[in-house]
Design a protein around this ligand. Structure first.
Ligand code: TTP
Ligand code: CA
Ligand code: CA
Length: 687
């Protein structure tokens, strides 16, 4: 038994249900719920893994640099990732390369790979930093490593229904380990097998037959001492929620070990009952550590945070709540009665925030999250002035996007985008053209031709030089063939093919979608801040907390990134990717402006303001689908496929499974949590 993390409570353990024996606070029903990932199951176990100084580690492994050497990843004159030895010199993302070298003369500053005007492959170049005008950052090396990490995690975990993995950003994943842990517990603890007394699943489980849990090197969040120790404190015997977390933490430790062994990367992890807490947990102790937040420690754990650090409460939203209550501390807000939260924030939002501050979060881990669009773009400094230059960039964009499409499985006919779009900015004017991508043109050369075609249409309008930004994107992804349907099923057919052919001969759609001024976002911002009616409520109502698993693109990220934009501005739109960090650095950072990051989610085609890149993308997918439907009379089938998913709710991810969508909004989770308080949690004394 020495290798077991559990120590036996009783040498001669009284049988389950024997008189005098304390019962668990969990029932057989709760335990059974684990197998089906029931989001309100009080024995849920969710992990969040986040790679340590990710881009820096990728460079260190690639260049075989010893782990104790200080290294930072450079983008032009700024730093976008700093390894831990370099952090010891007080070097951070806020530093320029020059400042960093002053702090640590031995610093290795590795510039990110770039595409160069006229070239069609990205490369690591010694002189990239001086070529901001002709180079464009490529994050491909990090995307590729990110994929490898995902693959290893998926291979390591049991397959099928016991696995639920969500890629949350380029260097983060959520794991719902509940079903897996359930299976392990069934094997290890005979007392959980039942049968339940009197055949009643609502009967309480016997207490675990273990008295102390060995958490190995895990960082355990302590309980804060004081009055809690008697009720839910350290001296209380472990219950099944602790056991479930312990089993999960073993799994997570192993996953981290495999990533380390196979790829050389360290990561940190948080293990708890939900996404909200696990995400906070992974950042709690870094690097290369894992933090377990037991249910009995939740209150103490959260009370130490600023609520602006909580998922979905970062950025503008947190700021607004902070303004409303004149505090950023969770501990302060915990004292605010729910009625008052509702009064100031609206009913739903008040309840949502009330629960969030208490660590209640029933949002699900979505394994199906897929890329919905890809964008490749460049902001020119100085502006470019002729078609020849523009064409060189279009070639780069086509190559960039096609390489990512290959990764998405386009060659294996797994998925393909159906629309292509080109944005062009001249002064304050933004123009855009889009069209369908016929299946036969789905290669690098084909995309390049389509892009040039769209560009010609924009050129025909005249008055397009100088140009300060070009952005090429593909969207409207469609699942490819499965099983034995073969390639034919992947190619367009029938009405759809006819529609595409006719639109092709019409040289793609040429609708001017946006001619607006740079001032517009500021106007929109004012409206959000409360000037235009609705104020904070209007802003909050659009929140879909559980849909957006990415860290909010907070202001400080904009500040920190001294780099280039490959994606979105308020005029162009942003590829959804698997997370914001796959995405470009906001170009406003370069210009030194402090534009609100929320504005990067303004739809350039209508007045909508979306909360995240993903939502914006769904919304734009919907526009695309509508365009095609209306202008090119694409067959009903095609239009339906495209539009129904997004149009039914353009604000939420159109690809999400219905289960996750329905359980994810603040309203739903509120409802559930309210109707049926979770047992494990009900014992915690909340503010
Ligand atoms: P993070 O996970 O935020 O940071 P990190 O992995 O560098 O460091 P930590 O150990 O604290 O987790 O971001 C992941 C990668 O995303 C990071 O390595 C580089 C990129 N990134 C930027 O390019 N700009 C940014 O402002 C941030 C925050 C990240
Ligand atoms: Ca990280
Ligand atoms: Ca991260």
């Amino acid at each position: 038994m020495s290798s077991s993390p559990f120590r036996n409570r009783y040498r001669d353990s009284p049988p389950a249900g024997a008189p005098g024996r304390k019962r668990s606070q969990f029932t057989y029903r709760h335990f059974n719920q684990m197998a089906s990932y029931n989001p309100s199951c009080p024995l849920r176990v969710i992990a969040h893994l986040d790679l340590d100084c990710f881009y820096a580690q990728v460079e260190m492994v690639r260049l075989r640099i010893p782990e104790d050497k200080p290294l930072a990843v450079q983008q032009w004159q700024g730093l976008i990732a700093v390894n831990y030895p370099a952090r010891a010199f007080n070097i951070g993302r806020h530093c320029t390369v020059t400042e960093a070298r002053k702090l640590c003369p031995g610093l290795i500053a590795q510039h990110v790979a770039t595409w160069r005007e006229g070239d069609d492959k990205w490369a690591y170049r010694d002189d990239a930093a001086e070529h901001i005008a002709t180079d464009k950052v490529s994050l491909d090396p990090y995307r590729l490593e990110s994929r490898k990490i995902m693959t290893i995690i998926k291979e390591h975990l049991p397959s099928g229904n016991l696995q639920k993995v969500e890629k949350a950003s380029i260097d983060e994943v959520f794991l719902d380990l509940t079903a897996h842990v359930h299976a392990v517990m069934m094997e290890r603890f005979a007392e959980l097998k039942g049968p339940e007394p009197y055949g009643d699943v609502n009967e309480e489980l016997p207490m675990p037959g273990v008295t102390a849990l060995d958490w190995k090197a895990d960082a355990l969040v302590d309980l804060g001492g004081g009055d809690e120790e008697g009720a839910d404190g350290e001296f209380d015997d472990p219950d099944w929620d602790d056991v479930a977390l312990l089993v999960a933490s073993e799994i997570v430790r192993n996953v981290r070990g495999v990533i380390r062994e196979k790829l050389g990367y360290t990561c940190s992890a948080g293990v708890s009952r939900n996404k909200l807490l696990s995400k906070l947990g992974s950042a709690y102790k870094k690097p290369n550590q894992q933090t377990v937040i037991r249910n009995r420690a939740v209150r103490h754990f959260l009370s130490g945070f600023k609520f602006t650090k909580i998922r979905n409460l970062g950025g503008k939203l947190g700021e607004l709540v902070a303004q409303a209550f004149e505090t950023e501390a969770v501990s302060d807000l915990l004292k605010v009665p729910i009625e008052q939260l509702k009064l100031k924030l609206g009913h739903e939002n008040g309840v949502w925030i009330y629960e969030t501050l208490r660590g209640i979060d029933t949002s699900e881990v979505n394994s199906g999250t897929q890329i919905k669009s890809m964008l490749s773009a460049k902001s020119f400094r100085p502006d470019i002035n002729n078609a020849e230059q523009a064409t060189k960039w279009l070639r780069i964009f086509a190559a960039d996007i096609f390489a990512r499409l290959v990764e998405e499985g386009v060659l294996e006919h797994k998925r393909r985008p159906k629309t292509i779009n080109l944005y062009h900015r001249h002064g304050n004017q933004t123009r855009s053209r889009s069209g369908p991508i016929p299946a036969r043109t789905l290669n690098e050369e084909g995309l390049f031709e389509l892009a040039k075609n769209l560009f010609r249409q924009i050129t025909q309008e005249g008055n397009i030089w100088p140009c300060s930004n070009l952005s090429l994107s593909v969207a409207g992804f469609e699942e490819g063939v499965s099983g034995n349907m073969g390639i034919d099923a992947f190619l367009v057919k029938g009405d759809e093919a006819r529609a595409l052919r006719s639109s092709e001969s019409a040289r793609t759609s040429s609708k001017e979608v946006d001619v607006s001024t740079r001032q517009q976002p500021a106007a929109k911002r004012r409206r959000i801040d409360g000037g235009g009616g609705g104020g904070i409520q209007r802003f909050l109502t659009k929140r879909e907390p559980s849909q957006d698993t990415r860290p909010a693109p907070e202001d400080d990220l904009v500040r920190k990134n001294g780099g280039e934009t490959t994606l979105g501005t308020s005029k162009t739109y942003v590829a959804s990717g698997a997370g914001w960090s796959e995405e470009p650095l906001p170009e406003e950072a370069q210009a030194g402006s402090r534009r609100s990051p929320i504005m990067t989610h303004a739809c350039s085609r209508c007045d909508a303001n979306l909360e995240s890149t993903e939502e914006l993308q769904s919304h734009l997918d919907w526009h695309f689908a509508k365009d095609l439907q209306e202008e090119e009379r694409v067959s009903q089938a095609f239009a339906n496929r495209q539009a129904s998913a997004a149009a039914s709710n353009p604000r939420v991810g159109s690809q999400k499974g219905s289960a996750s969508a329905s359980a994810s909004g603040p309203k739903k989770s509120t409802g559930k949590a309210k109707k049926k308080p979770e047992r494990g949690q009900s014992k915690l004394k909340f503010g």
